[in-house]
Design a protein around this ligand. Structure first.
Ligand code: ADP
Ligand code: MG
Length: 207
């Protein structure tokens, strides 16, 4: 189970990880696009971190929704609105929940992916965050379906996300700014898939 208190701890840890990896994410974005992914994400998650004290005692749906709204309103570019929509959609399906289990996590992730796809009109294989998130979702769903516990399921999600990040190096970007350079994007790791991997890693560390 992940409680509401734990959710605050996880959101804080995501903000810390993003801040730590800010320069690296920006460097990855610089190789294929405009070099602002780390800056964008750090700006958004620092704003989220500042709101965490006011979320204490609230339900997880509220926390995720507030996170999403904060990302949408503080981050320019594409990743802010995309992650923002993802968290807002996850928040909507976790409304009123004070703790969530493995099957809730799948429901939340499914809603998040739906939000990203709706907003960005991308699918897997286009060198985006979806290439980390979708395989992670599939792995988690299969694991929970097999009756494995949440920690095992999230562990498998991390492995799948990591493989997804590696896969982004082999394909060309067909969505987002990186698509402007076409074939020259091959060989480079997608920054958004990388920031998604960090979120799964942090989740695993806190379960
Ligand atoms: P911008 O591209 O506006 O500069 P960022 O640099 O913050 O925004 O984010 C870039 C990341 O956003 C990419 O690495 C990719 O993972 C993700 N991304 C871009 N476009 C899309 C899309 N249409 N759908 C899903 N993810 C996308
Ligand atoms: Mg960028």
């Amino acid at each position: 189970m992940i409680t509401n208190d734990k959710t605050i701890e996880i959101l804080k840890a995501i903000a810390d990880r993003i801040e730590e990896q800010k320069d690296y994410l920006t460097e990855l974005d610089n190789e294929i696009a405009d070099g602002d992914h780390g800056v964008n994400m750090a700006k958004g998650f620092n704003a989220v971190a500042a709101k965490l004290p006011s979320m204490a005692g609230k339900d997880i749906g509220f926390m995720l929704k507030t996170t999403g709204m904060t990302l949408v309103s503080t981050v320019g570019g594409s990743a802010g609105p995309l992650y923002g929509t993802a968290f807002m959609k996850a928040g909507a399906v976790m409304k009123d929940k004070m703790e969530i289990d493995g099957s809730d996590l799948i429901t939340a992730l499914e809603a998040a992916i739906g939000g990203i796809k709706m907003r960005g009109k991308a699918t897997t294989g286009e060198k985006t965050m979806l290439d980390a998130i979708c395989p992670a979702y599939d792995a988690m769903k299969a694991s929970i379906g097999d009756g494995e516990d949440m920690k095992t399921a999230v562990g498998k999600a991390v492995e799948a996300a990591r493989a997804g990040v590696e896969y982004t190096k082999t394909i060309k970007a067909t969505k987002g700014r990186a698509s402007y350079i076409g074939d020259r994007s091959i060989g480079h790791q997608d920054p958004g898939a990388t920031s998604s991997l960090y979120m799964f890693e942090v989740l695993l560390e806190h379960i």
